[in-house]
Design a protein around this ligand. Sequence first.
Ligand SMILES: [Ca+2]
Ligand SMILES: [Ca+2]
Length: 571
Amino acid sequence: MCKKTILAHLFGAALLFSSCQKQAEKPIDLNPSTILINQLGYHPGSDKQALLRTRAGAFQLITTEGEVVYEGAAGPAKGWELSGDSVRLADFSGFRLPGTYRIAIDGEAVSHPFSIEENLYQQLADASLKSYYYARCGVDIKPEYGGQWHWKGGHPDTLVRVHASAADANRPEGTVIASPGGWYDAGDYGKYIVNSSITTWTLLTSSALNAGFHKDQNLNIPESGNQFPDILDEALVNLKWMMSMQDPNDGGLYHKLTTKAFDDFIMPEATSQPRYVVQKSTSAALDFSATMATASRLLEKQGMTDLADQMKAAAIRAWLWAEKHPADFYAQPEDISTGAYPDTSLVDEWFWASSELYLLTGEASYRERLREHYQAPTTPKWDVVQSLGIISLLTSDRREEFPGLEKDFLHYADQMLLKQASNPYLISTDKFAWGSNSDVANDGMLKLVAFELTREDRYAASAINDLHYLLGRNATGYSFVTGFGSKSPMHPHNRIMAADGIEAPIPGYIVGGPNTIVPNDCDPEPVVRSPYPAASYTDTQCSFSTNETAINWNAPLVFLSSGICNLTTAE
Ligand SMILES: [Ca+2]
Ligand SMILES: [Ca+2]
């Protein structure tokens, strides 16, 4: 006689098991969005919590065969004005046995399956980093590296025109230059120095702070198996492009390299619009200077001395250009409509660049400049970058010169932990901006740095909660990373994924996430979205404001997932 499961009793045979003769079939998901979990799962030794949108007071942990292995009482319902709902905490941290499970609420809901196991996030860390291989501009993405996702390269960028806004005596309008390589920025095919900078810095910094994890990581990219960690190889792809965006005549940086208007949703090979370098800007020069200085410092340690020297010279020349042009803010020319990345508040950019140049050169003049431009830390964004410099200073061998910065940094981390403790969804974010998922991931990065500085577990535990949110324990019920989890984005706003003829999106991409900044981005046929910022997300290709991919959003996911893997590596 077959084993009668408790679930068959709870839910009725039709729901669960069609036959007792063979191995039980998987339980059918029943109202899975009632139960919000990390759809990948949880480490055996860590906190394990789900969120229940229910009045029920009890929950069960069940195996794939439907056996109840753990029962618990749900916490009190807690409402949140940003999600428009209430959730109850289901804590099953005491259960540690590895396996595949679901959470069940008697007669009401069964969650997506999830795992309890070690090394749960390695594939995520690999895929989130490999997203940059797929974003490489101007090269064929080959099946031996890309698997089913492969295509012919486009946008060689060997014949790029100098736009009128960028013209000067040395390079008049229409001058043709080469600026090949790098990564596509986002769902579009542009390349932008400002956004490239924070992205590349984040990867470089993960390579340094999570070195133990990255050392043995094999992404199956063309550079796998050489003497350098793959994360460094990938960062070099973009660094080399960035260097070609510096005008050799004066050291200034073109703000971006794009077409005049966005390409259609077609594959790279099918595009034909001319590409331009557009307007030099102070923000591009400072961000470039900071990133090149960081790269130079790290590459020197890897023995790439010649390239490190070139990058050092490039970083200093860009800084000197910015000093001569302190207010050349990017202003979109009338005939250009691609991304603008405008920023007129550059105190943080001056701080970041001077911090990195101080670490690279040890020159006191840069230390004076960073002190002049210091602002208290906050969650990084492409245009809010002081925390990047703070992280570099505090994780360097000059840490002891900056006790005030460390105090402020840990104060900010503590504020985030307080916010999380009072938030029903167990995150520190209380504003849902464009790219809210990257804010959550960047919070996680800061917390992992706080852990690095203090070795206090509470910071690492809080960072893991940020990952749980991103992988499904959020008000939308989506795991926000393509290819990971039972319910993840299938239709990101990304030209290659839209045009490649393959149903599954390229894995490892985080989408921007919920917000109400642009409520009608699918106009003229609007897609109905929640009026609540934390729930206002749609897995629809046209929703550029909630469902786009972007290099600067993936980078903190790389840091967060790699850093969490590194915690285990270091144990
Ligand atoms: Ca390598
Ligand atoms: Ca700024």
